[in-house]
Design a protein around this ligand. Structure first.
Ligand SMILES: [Zn+2]
Length: 183
């Protein structure tokens, strides 16, 4: 049965998907990059099938980052290409810049650091934006943290006010799927 309403009709990740997504992040944080890469890759496919290109781009980029940590240039490139093709459907250019800025940052600290400059230049050309990792907003106050929703409206993951990083424009991204958090 299809649930009614534009928002719930395939526009959100389900419980199982959310669980897997959180697991993927946990693996990445634990340094289990091969397991993380596989999970991020699978979740990117799910997001793509559900027509959620922003999340698909974010997760493909996370898969690419995981492969970069492993020093696997071929797999990193393959997921990077998928992330770029997803990102072409995304209208929020600031978010695209952050997604790929974070990836370039990971690349620089990975065994593939030597290719980071070249990839950054390539991305700028392909996406029409300069990859720029969020540096965090300087003016985060308590009321901004209080206004955060308890759960991400896109992936449903719990939002931890202490961990959320704010962007320069005062928006905040979900740690898990990269969507903008709105109350
Ligand atoms: Zn989310």
């Amino acid at each position: 049965m299809r649930r009614g309403g534009r928002r719930s009709a395939g526009n959100r990740l389900g419980d199982v998907a959310r669980q897997r997504l959180m697991e993927a992040h946990q693996r990445y944080q634990d340094g289990q990059y091969a397991e993380a890469a596989e999970r991020f890759g699978r979740m990117a496919e799910v997001a793509r099938e559900r027509n959620m290109p922003q999340i698909a781009a974010h997760l493909s980029a996370k898969a690419a980052a995981s492969h970069a940590q492993l020093g696997d240039a071929g797999q990193m490139r393959s997921w990077l290409d998928r992330a770029v093709s997803d990102a072409r459907q995304v209208t929020d250019k600031d978010r695209t810049a952050r997604t790929f800025g974070t990836l370039v940052q990971v690349l620089r600290g990975s065994p593939l650091a030597g290719s980071a400059d070249e990839i950054e230049a390539e991305l700028r050309q392909q996406l029409g934006v300069t990859p720029k990792a969020s540096e965090g907003g300087g003016t985060v106050n308590r009321s901004m943290r209080r206004q955060l929703p308890q759960r991400c409206s896109a992936c449903g993951a719990p939002v931890s006010g202490a961990e959320v990083q704010f962007n320069e424009d005062g928006s905040a991204d979900c740690n898990f799927c990269g969507s903008i958090l709105t109350g």
